[in-house]
Design a protein around this ligand. Structure first.
Ligand SMILES: *Cc1c(COP(=O)(O)O)cnc(C)c1O
Length: 234
């Protein structure tokens, strides 16, 4: 079985090829290593292989890992990418560097209020339900521009862009469509509100190439690095 370090190396090759195909600079795409369900030793291996940005879905699991890797805190960016409830915003505002999954104004207001003055502004993305799935969290494409305007004005946040988890699709063309829609939405918001949002958080192990072709600036990849996650209950 390939090691974490070998998988990371392969993944950078894959990012490079997609960038080349899209005529984009390789450094325009940042890798966020998704570490949910994997332990601190795996995270440390990814760090030693050169990665510095890690994404967690569950608040408590993330905080436990931040604590377990306290010696690396100054050299790691921790990103919250999972659904966020109001009663969990304080610990996220205190412990994380980024939140990708802001899906309503109230959550953003709480994060801004609760961000400690000793820390730089919290980087946030608005999550968009780009495929219009009933089960997915996220703002509808119609709502997002107005929420972006309000979130951009909050003092202790830095609104960076948009995030989406499109519905799984088989072909490259089908995969590209929702990513293209998210990129267009970001451009429209920047234009309408005179903002300079720079982050398109989109693309996972299965659809990363399509996302890069459509302008992803941050891809969130877990299983292509660590292998399949254990299924809950199985
Ligand atoms: C789990 C997860 C990922 C990574 O998915 P893989 O298919 O393992 O690459 C990315 N983004 C979010 C929001 C996730 O929950």
């Amino acid at each position: 079985m390939a090691t974490i370090s070998e998988n990371i190396q392969q993944l950078h090759g894959r990012i490079e090829r997609a960038c080349l195909q899209a005529s984009r600079a390789v450094h325009s795409v940042t890798l966020l290593v998704v570490t949910k369900t994997f332990g601190p030793l795996d995270v440390r291996q990814a760090f030693e292989a050169g990665e510095h940005r890690f994404g967690e879905n569950y608040v408590q699991e993330g905080v436990d890992k931040i604590d377990a890797l306290a010696d690396l805190r100054d050299r790691i960016e921790w990103h919250m990418i999972g659904p966020l409830q109001s009663n969990k915003t304080r610990v996220v505002a205190e412990r994380f560097d980024w939140v990708h999954s802001v899906d309503r104004l109230k959550i953003a207001q709480r994060l801004s209020d609760q961000r400690p003055a000793s820390l730089p502004p919290l980087n946030v993305c608005l999550q968009v339900n780009i495929s219009g799935e009933d089960t997915k969290s996220g703002l509808t494409p119609d709502e997002v521009a107005e929420v972006a305007r309000q979130v951009a004005a909050l003092p202790n946040l830095r609104l960076r862009g948009l995030m989406a988890i499109p519905e799984p699709a088989e072909t490259l063309d089908e995969q590209r469509r929702p990513h293209r829609a998210l990129a267009a939405l970001l451009a429209a918001i920047n234009e309408t509100h005179g903002l300079a949002l720079d982050t398109l958080s989109m693309g996972m192990s299965a659809d990363m190439d399509a996302a890069i072709l459509e302008g992803a600036t941050m891809v969130r990849v877990g299983s292509a690095i660590f292998g399949a996650r254990p299924r809950p209950g199985g």
